[in-house]
Design a protein around this ligand. Structure first.
Ligand code: PHE
Length: 676
C-alpha cells in the first residue's frame, strides 16, 4: 500500500510532536486518576499489573498507533478504513469512547480551575486558603471543603440535585480554554505544550519532597509500594490497572493515531513511543509518591491527636482523592497560597492539553469524513460536550456518576475491548509487518519480529482473558443488574453507554466515506494451513462448549481441557505461520487462516479466564488476610519494586535519549535528501 499522499498540517518539530503526545498522555489521569485507582483497587498490588501493562501493552501499542497514523496519514476511522472499509467502525468506536471522556474530563478540569481561583483569592486575602486548618482538623477540613462546601456531595447517592454554578462556571471556562487552544490548528498546540508539560513536573517534585518530609509519610509509602498478594488474585485490580494504562497513554481513543498523522514523513516512531510511555509512567509514579506520602502524613496527624485512622481510611477514596490530598499537602507548605496557585495552574495546563487532544482527534475524524468546516464542527462539538457535562455538576450524585462512567469506559467493557479489537484487526487482517517495517525505516532503533507476535498474539490473549475474566466476575455478582429488588441503575446506565458506542460506530462506518479500499496485494495464499488451523480452533471451541454445558467426571474434564488448549495452540501456530509467510511475500493470507487465528485466541482467553476464576475462588476460600498483616515498614518487595521502577524509568529514558542522539549524529553525516 502506498502512503496516502496528501498535503497535511505538520508539527513544528520533533520536540513539538513529543511534547504534544506527552501533553496528551500526561494529564489529570496521572495526578487524579492513577492515585485514586491505586487507593480504591488494591494499593501496592495495583502497581504490578500496571508496570506489566505499560511494557507489554502500552509502549508496543503506542508504536502501533503511531505507525498506523503516520503510514495512512489519517485519523483513526480513516486509518482503519484505509486497511479495509469494513473496519472503519473500529476507529469510530474509539472516537466515541473519547467523546464520552470529553463529557466528564473538563468537569475535573473545572475543579482545578476553581481551586486555582480560590488560591488567587487566597493570595489577596493575606495567604489564607478556605480548606486549610492547622493540626488534625486540617485533615477533616480538606475533605469537608471539597465534598460538602464545594460539591454538595452525597456519598453513595446517584440522585441528581440542582446544578452547582460554582462547578458549571469553571466547566465553561475549561471548554473555552480548550477551544482557544485548538482553534488555530496543531502548530499552535505544538508551541503551547512547551509550557504545559515541564511546569507541572517541577511542581510535582516539590510536592513529592514535601510529602516525604511530613512525619508519618512512610505509612503511606508502605501502602503504595507493598503489594498484598490477595488483591492480585482479584480481577478488579487487573482490569483497572490495565484500563488506567490505556487511559493514561491516551491509547485506543484514536488520539495517538491522529497526532501521528500530523508527523513529518521522516520522523521517528519507535523511540518516540518509548519516550512517551516512560515519561507518562514516571509522572504517575512520582504523583503516587506525592499523594501517598501525604496520606501517610495525614494518618500521622490523626494518630497524634489520639484518634488514629490508618492510611487506607484516612480520606474517602474514589475520584475525589486528589482534591483532598493535594490541597492538604499544599496547605502544609510555607506560602501555601502561592504554592497552591502554582500547583493548580500547573494542573490546569496539564489537563488542558490532554482534554484538547481528544477534541482534536474527534474533530479531525469528523472533518475528514464529512469535509465540513473545521471551525463549525469545533463549535458544535464544544457545545454538545459542555451540555453533556452538566450532569456531573449536579449536587448530590454528580461525582458518583462521574466515577461510574469513568469506571465503565476504563474498565474492560470500554477501552480495553477496543484495544483488543485494534490488535486483532491490525494483527490478523491488516498486513501488520508493513507497519513494523514502516516504523523501523524511520526510527532510532528497530523492533524485531517479536513486536508482531506481541500485537497479534500476546496482547489479544491478555486483553481477551481480562475481558472474559471480568465478564464472568460481573455476571456472577447477583447484584450487578438488580440490587435489593431494585434495578442497579448506575451499572445499567454505564453498560448502556459502552454498549451504544459500537452500534453508533458501525452506523458511522457504514455511512458513505471518501476512502477507497487501498490494500494492494498480490494474491490470496495459505489455504491448507489456514483450513487446518481453523478446523483445530473450532474443535477446541466445541470441546469448551461441551465442558461448560455438561458435567463430566473431573479427570475427563481435565483431559479434555488439555486437548482444547493444545488444539488452540496448534491452530495459533499454524495460522500465525501462514500470516507471516504471506506478509513477507506481499500476499494476502486466506480468510480461513485469519478467522482460525482469531477463534484460537478467543478460546485460549476463555480457558485462561475460567482458570483465573478458579484461582480467585481458591484464594477467597483459603486466604486469611487481615489488616494486622499490613507491615509497618517498607519490606524487601517494596524496595525491589522501587528499584525496578527507578531503573526502568531512568535507565529506559537514558537509553532512549542516547539512541536519539546517536541517530541525529548519523543523520547529519549523510547528505540530506531533498524535502518531499
Ligand atoms: N491521557 C490523559 C490523561 O492521563 C487523558 C486522555 C484520555 C487523553 C484519552 C486523551 C485520550 O489525563
Amino acid at each position: 500500500m502506498e502512503m496516502l499522499e496528501q498535503q497535511r498540517e505538520n508539527w513544528g518539530s520533533r520536540g513539538g510532536f513529543i511534547l504534544a503526545a506527552v501533553g496528551s498522555a500526561v494529564g489529570l489521569g496521572n495526578l487524579w486518576g492513577f492515585p485514586y485507582k491505586i487507593y480504591s483497587y488494591g494499593g501496592g498490588a495495583f502497581l504490578i499489573p500496571y508496570i506489566l501493562a505499560i511494557f507489554i501493552i502500552g509502549i508496543p501499542m503506542l508504536a502501533m498507533e503511531f505507525s498506523l497514523g503516520h503510514f495512512t496519514q489519517r485519523s483513526a476511522p480513516g486509518a482503519f478504513g484505509s486497511a479495509n472499509r469494513k473496519f472503519e467502525f473500529v476507529g469510530w468506536w474509539s472516537i466515541i469512547l473519547g467523546f464520552v471522556i470529553i463529557t466528564y474530563y473538563p468537569v475535573i478540569l473545572g475543579y482545578c480551575f476553581s481551586f486555582l481561583w480560590l488560591s488567587i483569592k487566597g493570595i489577596f486575602n493575606g495567604g489564607s486558603l478556605p480548606w486549610a486548618q492547622s493540626g488534625v482538623e486540617g485533615v477533616r477540613k480538606a475533605e469537608e471543603f471539597f465534598y460538602d462546601t464545594y460539591l454538595a456531595h452525597k456519598p453513595g447517592s446517584f440522585s441528581l440535585g440542582a446544578i452547582r454554578w460554582n462547578i458549571f462556571v469553571p466547566l465553561v471556562v475549561a471548554w473555552l480554554s480548550m477551544y482557544l487552544c485548538i482553534c488555530k490548528g496543531v502548530k499552535l498546540v505544538g508551541k503551547i505544550v512547551w509550557l504545559t508539560v515541564p511546569l507541572p513536573w517541577l511542581m510535582l517534585l516539590i510536592l513529592a519532597v514535601r510529602g516525604l518530609t511530613l512525619e508519618g509519610s512512610i505509612e503511606g509509602l508502605v501502602f503504595y509500594l507493598n503489594p498484598s498478594w490477595e488483591k492480585l488474585a482479584e480481577p478488579t485490580t487487573w482490569r483497572f490497572a490495565f484500563g488506567q494504562v490505556f487511559f493514561s497513554l491516551s491509547l485506543a481513543f484514536g488520539v495517538m493515531v491522529t497526532y501521528a498523522s500530523f508527523l513529518h514523513k521522516k520522523s521517528d516512531i519507535n523511540n518516540n513511543a518509548a519516550i512517551i510511555g516512560l515519561s507518562d509512567f514516571a509522572t504517575s509514579f512520582v504523583a503516587g509518591i506525592a499523594i501517598f506520602a501525604t496520606l501517610g502524613g495525614m494518618a500521622f496527624a490523626t494518630a497524634k491527636a489520639g484518634s488514629y485512622v490508618p492510611v487506607d481510611k484516612v480520606v474517602s477514596g474514589g475520584p475525589g482523592l486528589a482534591f483532598v490530598a493535594f490541597p492538604y499537602a499544599l496547605a502544609q507548605l510555607p506560602y501555601s497560597a502561592w504554592f497552591s496557585f502554582i500547583f493548580f495552574f500547573a494542573l490546569v495546563t496539564l489537563g488542558i492539553d490532554s482534554a484538547f487532544s481528544i477534541t482534536e482527534s474527534i474533530l479531525t475524524s469528523v472533518v475528514e469524513k464529512t469535509r465540513w468546516s473545521r471551525s463549525v464542527v469545533l463549535i458544535i462539538m464544544s457545545f454538545v460536550g459542555l451540555l453533556s457535562g452538566i450532569v456531573y455538576t449536579a449536587a448530590g450524585g454528580g461525582l458518583n456518576w462521574l466515577g461510574t462512567i469513568d469506571d465503565f469506559i476504563n474498565g474492560t467493557w470500554g477501552i480495553a475491548f477496543v484495544g483488543l479489537l485494534e490488535c486483532i484487526v491490525l494483527g490478523w487482517i491488516y498486513r501488520l509487518d508493513r507497519l513494523r517495517v514502516h516504523a523501523n525505516e524511520r526510527s532510532d532503533f528497530s523492533f524485531g519480529k517479536w513486536w508482531n507476535y506481541l500485537i497479534r498474539i500476546i496482547i489479544p490473549i491478555v486483553l481477551g482473558t481480562l475481558f472474559f475474566w471480568s465478564m464472568f466476575d460481573d455476571f456472577s455478582d447477583k447484584g450487578f443488574f438488580i440490587k435489593a429488588e431494585k434495578f442497579n441503575i448506575p451499572n445499567i446506565v454505564g453498560l448502556s453507554v459502552v454498549a451504544v458506542a459500537p452500534i453508533l460506530a458501525i452506523v458511522l462506518g457504514i455511512i458513505g466515506s471518501p476512502f477507497q479500499k487501498t490494500q494492494n496485494l498480490k494474491c490470496v495464499k495459505g489455504y491448507t494451513s489456514g483450513w487446518a488451523g481453523l478446523i483445530l480452533a473450532l474443535i477446541s471451541t466445541l470441546l469448551m462448549v461441551l465442558l461448560m454445558t455438561i458435567a463430566l467426571p473431573i479427570h475427563l474434564t481435565q483431559i479434555l481441557t488439555i486437548v482444547a488448549v493444545l488444539s488452540s495452540l496448534s491452530a495459533l501456530i499454524m495460522t500465525n505461520y501462514c500470516l507471516d509467510n504471506c506478509d513477507i511475500a506481499g500476499n494476502r493470507a486466506s480468510a480461513s487462516a485469519r478467522i482460525g487465528g482469531i477463534v484460537a485466541i478467543l478460546n485460549i482467553s476463555v480457558i485462561a479466564a475460567l482458570t483465573l476464576i478458579r484461582l480467585n475462588n481458591y484464594v477467597k476460600d483459603n486466604g486469611k488476610f487481615t489488616a494486622a498483616d499490613i507491615p509497618k515498614e517498607l519490606t524487601g518487595v517494596s524496595y525491589i519494586i522501587l528499584g525496578v521502577v527507578s531503573l526502568l524509568i531512568i535507565g529506559g529514558l537514558g537509553w532512549c535519549f542516547y539512541k536519539a542522539i546517536v541517530a541525529s549524529g548519523k543523520q547529519e553525516q549523510t547528505p540530506q535528501l531533498p524535502q518531499e
